[in-house]
Design a protein. Structure first.
Length: 219
């Protein structure tokens, strides 16, 4: 859970107020050049506040810039542009979670004021919910819903992708070192670093395949 929402300086708040009051303000106003520095500050604040983890999948992303991170509007700015700068509507998410979630409604869009408590949301809210109360992470890649909010988050942020992505594996990997290797592989910066990890993964897959063949013969 995010404990410290972003706190705008007086100058930043003036910029925000000016944009909100401008003629033609809408969801696309997020792309205005005058708020580029402000958006950078917002992103850096939540990267640190979230301990370099995506607010939805909780996977670690050790980068400060680039397309690794997206500023996340929990209530989409396409749905409610008036909440665009509300600190408790902001977080950072990985590109994949943010893209999968899109503009799906997560709260009552007709509500006039910003919904400021967890019970008003369908999704696991990074400011109002303890993530672990709603989603259980088995190993590093398998997500289980503990609540309706957890189910909504897993489905709409496509958290199934981690298990589906890897080489079309259909059988569960019983050796938990496999998940450790996959986690390390994601952090490598060169092919040289990746090769021994890939070799370790492939050797385990061969063991799993042999085990499955024996199981099929004995069945």
């Amino acid at each position: 859970m995010i404990v410290n929402p972003v706190n705008y300086s007086e100058d930043e708040q003036d910029i925000i107020d000016s944009l909100l009051d401008s003629e033609g303000f809408n969801s696309n106003s997020w792309g205005e050049k005058e708020i580029e520095a402000l958006k950078s500050d917002i992103k850096q604040h939540y990267i640190r506040e979230q301990n370099y983890r995506c607010c939805y999948c909780q996977q670690p992303l050790y980068a400060h810039h680039g397309r690794v991170w997206d500023i996340e509007h929990v209530i989409s700015r396409a749905v409610r542009p008036d909440f665009m700068f509300t600190p408790q509507n902001l977080a950072v998410a990985c590109v994949e979670c943010n893209g999968a979630k899109g503009a799906v409604p997560v709260s009552n869009a007709k509500r006039k004021s910003f919904p400021d408590r967890g019970g008003l949301y369908k999704i696991v809210h990074p400011h109002f919910h303890n993530w672990e109360d709603h989603i259980e992470l088995e190993g590093e890649w398998t997500y289980h819903a503990l609540t309706e909010e957890g189910k909504f988050t897993i489905y709409h942020c496509d958290l199934f992708r981690f298990r589906q992505r890897l080489i079309g594996i259909k059988q569960p990997i019983r050796d938990r070192r496999f998940e450790r290797d996959i986690s390390e592989l994601r952090m490598t910066k060169s092919l040289k670093e990746a090769r021994p990890i890939i070799a370790s993964i492939m050797s385990r897959l061969e063991i799993e395949d042999e085990h499955q063949q024996v199981t099929n013969v004995n069945a």
